[in-house]
Design a protein. Sequence first.
Length: 169
Amino acid sequence: MTLREALLAEFDQEMANTRKSLERVPDDRLEWRPHPKSSSLGRLATHLAEIPAWAATALEQDSFDLVPPGSAPHQPAFIGSHREVLELFDKNVAAARAALAGVSDESLAKPWSLLSGGKTIFTLPRLSVFRNFVLNHSIHHRAQLGVYLRLNDLPVPALYGPSADEESS
Ligand code: NI
């Protein structure tokens, strides 16, 4: 089995579970947040939809500059509806899957750098960047979303095992 095949199986499983969680985000709670310092539910859902876009950046480029010299600071996006979040998620997952399906083990071992304002923050193998920025990052925020769902009395999906609302599928 190639690394790509192993990663594709894991990616499909995690993205299916992330979609299952995003499907539960209702339009009438998008402004809700559990604490003044927390992201709103709408921003959190948008972020989860954005994350798979990092796959193509990690697998097809050598670096990414968060704030290219001379650019304006990044403004976090907020999508206004459940439907738009799922559309963005599906588009980004399809692009990520296409990028992953075309990558060789040799390419996964190549170094990739994150920069800010032209200055290197870190350099890691592409494989590590994909795992951290796409898989681990999604799992982190999906768990956060699970707490948001619970606090709004919305059903928490069964993911790695049953939740208080659902048996494992
Ligand atoms: Ni994040």
